[in-house]
Design a protein around this ligand. Sequence first.
Ligand SMILES: Cc1cc2nc3c(=O)[nH]c(=O)nc-3n(C[C@H](O)[C@H](O)[C@H](O)COP(=O)(O)OP(=O)(O)OC[C@H]3O[C@@H](n4cnc5c(N)ncnc54)[C@H](O)[C@@H]3O)c2cc1C
Ligand SMILES: NC(=O)C1=CN([C@@H]2O[C@H](COP(=O)(O)OP(=O)(O)OC[C@H]3O[C@@H](n4cnc5c(N)ncnc54)[C@H](OP(=O)(O)O)[C@@H]3O)[C@@H](O)[C@H]2O)C=CC1
Ligand SMILES: O=C(O)C(=O)Cc1c[nH]c2ccccc12
Length: 421
Amino acid sequence: MGLLPTDRMDSLFSPRCVWVTGPIIVGAGPSGLAVAACLREQGVPFVVLERADCIASLWQRRTYNRLKLHLPKQFCQLPRMPFPEDYPEYPTRRQFVDYLERYAAEFEIKPEFGTTVLSARYDETSGLWRVVTNGGAGGDMEYIGRWLVVATGENAEAVVPDIPGLAGFDGEVTHVSEYKSGEAYAGKRVLVVGCGNSGMEVSLDLAEHGARPAMVVRDAVHVLPREVLGTSTFGLAVLLMRWLPLWLVDWLMVLLAWLVLGNLARLGLRRPAAGPLQLKETHGRTPVLDYGALARIRAGDITVVPAVTRFAGKGGQVEVADGRTLGFDAVILATGYRSNVPQWLQGNDFFNKDGYPKTAFPHGWKGESGLYAVGFTRRGLSGASADAVRIAKDLGNVWREETKPTKRAGACHRRCISVVF
Ligand SMILES: Cc1cc2nc3c(=O)[nH]c(=O)nc-3n(C[C@H](O)[C@H](O)[C@H](O)COP(=O)(O)OP(=O)(O)OC[C@H]3O[C@@H](n4cnc5c(N)ncnc54)[C@H](O)[C@@H]3O)c2cc1C
Ligand SMILES: NC(=O)C1=CN([C@@H]2O[C@H](COP(=O)(O)OP(=O)(O)OC[C@H]3O[C@@H](n4cnc5c(N)ncnc54)[C@H](OP(=O)(O)O)[C@@H]3O)[C@@H](O)[C@H]2O)C=CC1
Ligand SMILES: O=C(O)C(=O)Cc1c[nH]c2ccccc12
């Protein structure tokens, strides 16, 4: 067995084929990096394919400047390498990216950048995964290997809602993944569609930069204080979950929120009937951890408006569900993200149509025929780390079994290749 994880095999066919000795990992975000690090530690070779030109592209290219981790750092670090001790409780985006860069360097993870996976399918006859890519240093390629690790994330693509007239709005329309700072919006009337963590923080940022944000809240939403008496609300919930059932922790969270934040319905923020942790688990709806937006809503610097009925076209006119027509200079869509797995993973019944594993956490990390999924737990970075450790342990065991020195060592791989080419 050679030390290099890949062997280029120029064939008569286009695209060119690359045999990958170990797992093929798709995505170089925190999830893909975590699996790669745990494999490196065990001496298992791998290849990481990444469509962007850098690691953690969500954090480096598709998030706003003021972003910080909103969970305390102990819930966000990746396996085998803690955050530096001098990092604050809530590291900034820059600090998180620096940490990930050091993580990749420490475990010698060198992804194939600019390489978008267009399709991946399991070939029953050969027992191999065939992963077709475009871009990349070597041009269009087909990567072939025994194991496929899906690490493309829950936030792979921006969700752009289909609101009547949106395309004809005569002002700038931006998805929050393109938003950097409120600086460019000073003095402007900005409609922020969506009231998740992104919508709330972008509205706050706009208000702090002298813009006039209106935030669309079309449905009920859970807002929790980020901290209570200097303690992280999320940390408290995790602690309570050790002893109490989820419904009771949820009830306590809502009680706590009511005590600290008051009755938010008066601000136009109704609470859902289901609890915050239950909604996160069942629907992936993350509760908003308040970072100052509520105070700005109370002060009238951010207005809350109901669902948009339609964009009326001329003069930035927007009709909302209570019958009013309001005028805006710009629109920011903070309408969320989706998985892109259904677009490229073919012929599998492990993922559902939304691009999430059908089996819930903690069992959604392993499929059939050498397929693995990391980072689809709806539990943020801690869920991704838990998946990564399990996947790497499993792959490490298979790898050691397969590479045991026997008389027939290497025979299997050669046999497989001869079937494919
Ligand atoms: C604004 C924001 C803040 C967040 N803050 C927190 C937080 O504080 N704490 C927390 O626990 N979680 C947080 N999350 C949750 C978030 O999901 C994780 O932080 C983390 O980025 C997930 O890592 P990932 O590797 O699974 O996905 P990603 O970081 O999205 O990485 C996936 C990678 O796959 C690549 N990719 C996608 N499709 C393809 C393809 N077809 N071919 C090749 N490459 C592809 C992408 O370019 C990307 O680099 C936040 C999410 C967002 C959007
Ligand atoms: N500081 C941090 O760490 C931050 C973390 N994040 C995380 O990133 C992830 C993504 O967050 P986010 O970008 O806020 O996305 P979310 O999916 O959490 O929220 C999307 C929001 O858009 C609303 N929406 C969707 N479509 C429409 C529509 N047609 N009209 C009106 N409203 C609409 C949703 O409303 P509805 O509920 O009614 O569907 C919801 O309020 C989350 O996990 C979040 O926690 C985000 C920002 C900061
Ligand atoms: O910020 C995110 O997107 C996360 O997924 C982190 C997270 C996981 N579980 C939660 C429960 C409440 C708030 C945030 C999270």
